[in-house]
Write a protein that binds this ligand. Sequence first.
Ligand SMILES: [Zn+2]
Ligand SMILES: [Zn+2]
Length: 303
Amino acid sequence: MKDFELKVKLYGVRGSYPIAPENGTKYGGNTTCLLARTSNHVVIIDAGSGIIKLGKELIPEILEYKKNTGQSFHITLLFTHTHYDHLLGLPFFAPVYMPDVHMHFIGPATLGVDLEQILRNTVTPQYFPVSMDEFRSGKSFANLNENMFIYFDHSNPEPQFGHVSKDEIPEDALSIETMKYYFHPKDGSYPFKITWNDQSIVFATDVEAYVGGDHRLINFARNADVLIHDAQYTLEQYKNFAGYGHSSYAMACDTAKQANVKKLLLFHHDPNNSDEVLEKIRSEAKKLFEHSELASEKWELVL
Ligand SMILES: [Zn+2]
Ligand SMILES: [Zn+2]
């Protein structure tokens, strides 16, 4: 048994593209990746460049699991959407080349194209030395929509699916609910709510809030323990980038306040923003919502 029940950890917090600033960055240069795991389940949200480090960390555990059980190690990889910055780490994620792994890819179809096709189109010899068929792991694919929820039973390593209007989320399960957020070009993105033992973490990246807040997202995030929200821009920057599908820190604070969350993590940092700018964002955000923090690759929460 591990010394945690649920661990949530950020491996990538940067928006748009990865950066390696000359003077480094305390907060991290990798694009979106979040790990949520129990002793039995490994769930990853988004395959930005942050997933590469996570993949390397998982290798010893995968080998050990195979040795002890003789079974495949299941990994669920969920996508909020499939823009490059949420996808580019996938072909460098070491577990996909391990035959003792089974990957469950779950994410939205986009503009009518299934998730499986989107992923296969990306990992193909025109863009990368191997195609997805050469991944040695087992693979399952599922399109995601907002009528579904995903849950994980203690006894079953595979993700289970429920329908929001027909099924109850089983007690004691790790559950993940979603909604479609429309204001992100061109076919939206999917915030996720991870719930475990009555505690919840809402992950809402690549969302552009409306003036006064988006009520569907506010309801979705209501009373969450942690809200991780897109906060790509300063107020000045937002003036030039309204409509690009990202929020200013003030929009993130507005949603956090109205949703009455306990903590806000400002996420999807603009690659042009230095640590100095990010720290300015943090101090301004704290004036609007006291429990605001900058998301960083060091952030983790153990429940
Ligand atoms: Zn993004
Ligand atoms: Zn995006």
